[in-house]
Design a protein around this ligand. Structure first.
Ligand code: ADP
Ligand code: MG
Length: 623
């Protein structure tokens, strides 16, 4: 007896959650497929999208990724890169970065950073959302039929609340629901399944395009705690490229003057050439550094040996090891306490880097997975677990940096210490410090430093209505509460009067909910405008062809057409010409459709004519 297989019909699309590595230099996404995380690689390419956005004109659609990066040479002013450095920050925080940006960064009255793009101010969140949209788009295409709208997004372990919030806002603007923000080193460890070991201490060495991060993590029962982080926010692959350019600078300066050598377009072209040579040197003992700037008539080629390159970058590699030493000592550990070392970031493909890290820690680092994919892969593992997938780990979110209040004299009183698992809360008593003080200003700060001025202020609020009393008498209870979504609420209550005040932390340098909503609405409105603009162009092109073909045949066909059709057609030509001056796609569409109807008798006539056989199967506008 045979069995009939029954297919259970399911009309609903399944929701797939992606993991996104939103990097300073490159971004990429991974999805859980057939029991493992897989990087999304459109057309079999490597899947990395340069984190670059270029704005061709005031109303033009922005380019994102590789196409935008190409424009950096010709249009540095409108090609925005390294936007991650500006996320959730204020102008004072990013002074070191500004000189390297060929685009102007300013701060608005609310302390929000903005970049002027063809006269329109754009926030880092908006620019970052364009990158996320592209990543999202690729994921949707890879999973056609399924919905991919949820994501786990990674950030550096040292990112504070405003920087994490800015990342969440960027995702929201891109139409992505953030399941969780996790630390990049945690994601890398997850990709290697290190959560499966009961306990252990892991060092994650991450040398990317422009940044170096080293993190010491402690794993216990699936909980990752950051014991220490260190690094250098201006040390990465870009510096290795620069080292290569410096190797040939002497020869270059024979052909170019100092102005030309420092021209942004030249520097960008040189950087791309150096990067290409560097990548080749990771695989071969020698490689050509070939530099060509056509409009400057500069063409330069020199063969570089891996040995010479390694000598040039040795001081940079040593600097990363200094940071490793610092992280270990901050964690109170030595090399021998480390159980595993994980390599992350494209620049760890440089053989000399791997060799020195191995020597330093006295063990073979994990390199089995692609160092530039491992963070996205780990994020996809976490996304899979959070959407109900199987992998028996309990991964908890922790507070990345301590939360506290500024006290008298500018010190910090920490109420919730770093690495506390969320949700969590803590209450402490405070009092007044002058007689008859009826109000207290609270400054909520985040950071590990002792002075409030060295930490990040997350927000301020005021408690008023304290009855006049001698200093030290009032009892004020302050409660910090972080809910399961990571949202911090701070409340203060005066016990004698019952007066209360509270603040839900809306980070400084962050967007308000209303602003995010406003931007979303604007983007929908613009999406319609962009769409309309394209439609108008397409319709006019079509109409123009129809007009040209009709006029061409009308002279000879005129006498064979019946008078009514002829009048109709002449009217149609007139309104068609008028429609070429219109800008509303709907109006143009109506004229175009009417035109098409009016040309039917002419088309029939042409089909009957001697050209009938040659024209068979062709449409009028193809004649
Ligand atoms: P980020 O995390 O900063 O976004 P990535 O981890 O993607 O960056 O690393 C980008 C850097 O890795 C770039 O500087 C790039 O030149 C470098 N890189 C990529 N592949 C190689 C390679 N094969 N050899 C050397 N460097 C590489
Ligand atoms: Mg990275």
């Amino acid at each position: 007896m045979g069995y009939i297989e029954l297919n259970v019909l399911n009309n609903e699309t399944t929701t797939v959650a992606m993991g996104i590595d939103l990097g300073t230099t490159n971004s990429l996404a991974a999805l859980w497929q057939d029991g493992r995380p897989v990087v999304i690689k459109p057309d079999g390419k490597n899947g990395k999208i340069p984190s670059v956005v270029q704005f061709p004109g005031p109303n033009a659609i922005p380019l994102v990724g590789g196409k935008a990066l190409e424009q950096a040479v010709v249009d540095p002013r409108n090609t925005i890169f390294s936007i991650k450095r500006l996320m959730g920050r204020g102008l004072a925080d990013v002074q070191d970065d500004l000189a390297a940006f060929p685009f102007p960064v300013t701060e608005n009255v609310r302390g929000l950073l903005q970049i002027d793009v063809h006269g329109k101010p754009m926030t880092p969140q908006e620019i970052s959302s364009l990158i996320l949209m592209r990543v999202h788009d690729l994921a949707c295409r890879a999973m056609s039929g399924n919905e991919v709208v949820k994501a786990v997004i990674t950030v550096p372990a040292y990112f504070d609340e405003p920087q994490r919030q800015a990342t969440r806002d960027a995702a929201r603007l891109a139409g992505i629901e953030v399941l969780r923000i996790i630390n990049e080193p945690t994601a890398a460890s997850l990709a290697y399944g290190l959560d499966r070991r009961g306990e252990g201490t892991v060092v994650v060495y991450d040398l990317g395009g422009g940044t170096f991060d080293v993190s010491v993590l402690r794993i216990e029962d699936g909980v990752f705690r950051v014991l220490a982080t260190s690094g250098d926010t201006h040390l990465g692959g870009d510096d290795l490229d620069r080292a290569l350019i410096d190797m040939i600078r002497g020869e270059l300066s024979e052909q170019l003057g100092p102005d030309e050598l420092n021209d942004p377009a030249f520097l960008q072209a040189a950087k791309l050439a150096a990067e290409k040579c560097k990548v080749e040197l990771s695989a071969h003992p020698r490689a050509d550094l070939h530099l060509m700037v056509p409009d400057r008539r500069v063409s330069f080629r020199r063969t570089i040996s891996r040995e010479d390159f390694e000598a040039a970058i040795a001081p940079l590699v040593e600097r990363t090891l200094d940071a490793c030493r610092l992280a270990l000592s901050d964690a109170g550990l030595t090399n021998s306490d480390i159980d595993e070392v994980v390599m992350v970031g494209g620049s760890t493909r440089v053989p000399a880097v791997l060799k020195r890290v191995e020597e330093f820690f006295g063990r073979k680092p994990h390199t089995e997975l692609n160092p530039d994919e491992v963070v996205a892969l780990g994020a996809a593992v976490q996304a899979h677990v959070l959407t109900g997938g199987n992998r028996d780990i309990l991964l908890m979110d922790v507070i990345p940096l301590s939360l506290g209040l500024e006290t008298m004299g500018g010190a910090v009183d920490k109420l919730i210490t770093r690495n506390s698992t969320i949700p969590c809360q803590s209450t402490e008593g405070f009092t007044t410090h002058v007689d008859n003080q009826t109000g207290i200003d609270f400054n909520v700060v985040q950071g590990e430093r002792e002075l409030a001025s060295d930490c990040r202020s997350l927000g301020r609020f005021k408690l008023t209505g304290i009855p006049p009393m001698p200093a030290g008498m009032p009892k004020i209870a302050v409660r910090f509460h972080v809910d399961a979504d990571g949202l911090l609420t701070v409340s203060a209550k005066d016990e004698s009067s019952g007066a209360t005040a509270s603040i839900e932390i809306q980070p400084m340098h962050g967007l308000t909910d209303a602003e995010v909503e406003g931007m979303l609405e604007a983007s929908f409105a613009n999406a319609q405008a962009d769409f309309d603009a394209r439609r108008v162009v397409d319709l006019k092109a079509e109409l123009e062809t129809m007009l040209r073909v009709t006029e061409k045949h009308l002279t000879t066909a005129r006498e064979h057409l019946d008078p009514e059709s002829l009048t109709d057609l002449e009217d149609a030509v007139r309104s068609g010409k008028h429609a070429m001056t219109l800008n509303d796609p709907r109006e143009i569409q109506t004229v175009r459709d009417g035109f098409e109807r009016a040309t039917l008798p002419l088309a029939a006539l042409l089909m009957d004519s001697v050209a009938k056989s040659a024209l068979a199967g062709k449409k009028l506008d193809e004649v």
